[in-house]
Design a protein around this ligand. Structure first.
Ligand code: FAD
Length: 442
């Protein structure tokens, strides 16, 4: 596959992913390839956030689990996301379909609300080194109408049990190190993370508790074999009572019915080279991740002094870092005039794949007796996948699925899948243009 095609499909190699430049002591753990036959209670397919969280929680409950990853841990969206540990996607409200979920959606909402705490606790419990900083997120506003919008948003999230603090211009300047904004809406829960390192940390914790982790072990078929499932790779096989395919948008035809069960989205992230400490320390002293009304992007400065900017590439431009870099450079120079003399050079640019559903809610599909496929945690994967791994482990361990936050369903068959990402690109370009016209960026 050409490099441009790899970018376009969110499969560009992990060597392009900036998080690998910013690891703080975390080793890129290696695991063996599955070679030969073995038995396990549960076979987990896919070593992203969901698969590793599930394996970790199952292993902690004493369940015998084998995890099979096609490439390496974190190869999918989990190793390449934007690192925002969040309860919601800025600018979006909770999907209305929540109230149709079990318990009127309250169980799901509870997982969402507690997502940052769950991530925080796992990191502390297993001493995962992943540059985690629980410094929250600030939505910035620089026009009076945007300030009014933040007030409305604060009230809305309050009614959903998610607390946010409205910062005035002075407090926003203290938090960001910039006097450019009239206000900010600060959610103190959550923060920023090196998600590649976090996913590796979850896998290492699972392995330390007895989970057998295999990489370079693509599952080629899952078939019924008597009362068990036979999960085969090119050179090995796991016979398991239960199988959980955590392959999300990187799924292959080996997982029946799942290739068409979502709309694939292709967001991207650009990372700049680290700023000198003396410069970086004065920027965003609160450490919060940032976004700004009118700019459809998520911005963060990590603990190594690197800025990252995540958004949706412009139509047909997924292979080019230039549009992202231009926007981030312009935003940074406008927000922090002291950066005028800094070169702000691109260090890394990458894309990844997300699985999207029409109602923006995750699913747990049941593909056969004891064969499950959870998907579509979308932009909240760090918190939601961590949480779904835990609740699914509990359900499997107790063989009780009615307490899950979503119902077990059969996979849908989405049509016109190739139109989804271009449509989102066009929409995001439109919003970006509108933001510039309104003076959010210029
Ligand atoms: C660019 C980008 C930015 C994002 N930003 C954020 C963010 O800031 N905050 C946030 O919370 N979320 C974010 N997300 C979403 C988040 O990353 C995902 O929701 C989450 O990582 C999904 O995890 P997962 O384990 O379900 O799937 P993935 O991480 O995609 O893992 C699936 C794994 O399955 C493996 N696999 C597939 N087929 C097979 C097979 N046949 N055999 C074995 N293994 C197989 C793949 O190799 C892959 O490693 C972002 C996503 C992207 C792409």
């Amino acid at each position: 596959m050409s490099e441009s095609r790899l970018y376009k499909t969110g499969r560009i190699g992990l060597e392009h992913v900036g998080w690998l430049n910013a690891l703080d002591g975390t080793t890129r753990n290696r695991y063996p390839r599955l070679d030969g036959d073995l038995s396990a209670d549960v076979a987990v397919v896919g070593g992203g956030l969901l698969g590793t969280s599930l394996a970790l929680h199952l292993a902690e409950m004493g369940v015998d689990v084998a995890l099979l990853e096609a490439r390496e841990i974190g190869f999918g969206a989990s190793g390449r996301n934007a690192g925002h540990v969040a309860t919601h996607i800025e600018g979006m409200r909770l999907p209305p379909g929540i109230r149709n979920l079990p318990g009127g959606g309250e169980r799901y909402l509870e997982l969402v609300r507690n997502g940052p705490t769950a991530v925080d606790q796992l990191i502390r419990r297993f001493a995962i080194t992943c540059n985690y900083t629980p410094t929250g997120h600030i939505v910035l506003a620089n026009r009076p109408s945007d300030v009014r919008h933040l007030e409305v948003e604060q009230r809305y999230w309050q009614t959903q049990g998610i607390a946010m603090e409205l910062l005035d211009a002075a407090a926003t300047a203290t938090a960001t190190g910039s006097s450019r904004f009239r206000a900010g809406l600060h959610e103190r829960a959550g923060g920023r993370i090196n998600s590649y390192a976090y996913t590796h940390g979850l896998a290492a914790a699972a392995a330390s508790l007895g989970a057998r982790v295999f990489t370079d072990s693509a599952v080629t078929a899952v078939r019924r074999s008597g009362a068990r499932w036979s999960v085969t790779t090119r050179v090995g096989r796991v016979l398991a009572e239960r199988v959980v395919a955590c392959t999300n948008a990187y799924v292959t035809d080996a997982i029946p019915g799942m290739s068409r069960a979502f709309y694939p989205g292709i967001p991207g992230v650009v990372g700049f080279k680290p700023l000198p400490d003396a410069v970086a320390d004065a920027l965003v002293p609160s450490g919060a991740t940032l976004s700004q009304r009118g700019i459809p992007a998520a911005i963060q400065k990590d603990v190594t002094g690197r800025f990252y900017f995540a958004s949706i590439p412009a139509l047909g431009r997924a292979g080019s870092a230039a549009p992202f870099a231009r926007t981030l450079r312009a935003w940074l120079r406008r927000t922090f005039p002291q950066l005028a003399a800094q070169p702000l050079e691109v260090e890394a640019y990458w894309t990844g794949r997300t699985a999207n559903t029409l109602d923006a809610l995750p699913r747990i599909h049941e593909l056969g007796p004891g064969f499950f496929a959870p998907i579509a945690c979308n932009g909240l994967g760090i918190t939601t996948c961590t949480q779904f791994g835990k609740v699914l482990a509990e359900a499997i361990h107790r063989d009780r699925y009615e307490e899950l936050p979503v119902r077990l369903t059969a996979p849908a068959r989405y049509r016109f899948r190739s139109l989804y990402d271009p449509a989102v690109s066009l929409m995001v370009s439109g919003v970006g243009l509108l933001g510039r016209l309104r003076g959010a960026l210029a």
